[in-house]
Design a protein around this ligand. Structure first.
Ligand code: 4NP
Length: 156
């Protein structure tokens, strides 16, 4: 049975679309059957494509994310996805607060999956310099690779 993962950041235009793309690529690489999506806790960018700086950094790394569109996380997601993975601690706190009773989704921080980086955030690059997006890409690919390895062990 395939696993399903939802990545959640604030706007769903910078970090979580990159994490989604990185996990899809890594799952394909290691032969893991996965459903992957992303969403934001905020509602400012609903229906919009990812930030041009995220589209550009993904492109530089061989991945096209321009077709993705922002959506807001909803309570049903906790019944649909096995794993809901927050990019930072504020996202995680917001998800914990909205988690419905009886939800199946396991909540974690992306960096919890990287040995030695447990509890750490993927910093919000939105108001930073363009070069921050390269650091974001490196972090989400590291996190996605570690998460993919763990899911491969669990689901084959
Ligand atoms: P993200 O980045 O959460 O990684 O998508 C942000 C995008 C937009 C805003 C903040 C962070 N904003 O304040 O509009």
């Amino acid at each position: 049975m395939s696993a399903s993962v939802l990545f959640v950041c604030l706007g769903n235009i910078c970090r979580s679309p990159l994490a989604e793309a990185a996990l899809v690529a890594e799952a394909e690489r290691i032969g893991l059957d996965l459903e992957v999506d992303s969403a934001g806790t905020g509602d400012w960018h609903l229906g919009y494509p990812p930030d041009p700086r995220s589209v550009a950094v993904a492109q530089r790394n061989g991945v096209d994310i321009s077709h993705l569109r922002a959506r807001q996380v909803r309570p049903e997601d906790f019944h649909v996805f096995d794993q809901i993975v927050a990019l930072d601690l504020q996202n995680l706190a917001n998800l914990e607060a909205m988690r419905p009773a009886g939800a199946k989704a396991e909540l974690s921080l992306l960096m919890d999956h990287v040995p030695g980086r447990e509890g750490q955030a993927v910093a919000d690059p939105y108001y930073g310099e363009d070069s921050l997006f390269d650091a974001t890409w490196r972090e989400v690919t590291e996190g996605a690779a570690a998460l993919a390895r763990r899911l491969k062990e669990q689901h084959g």
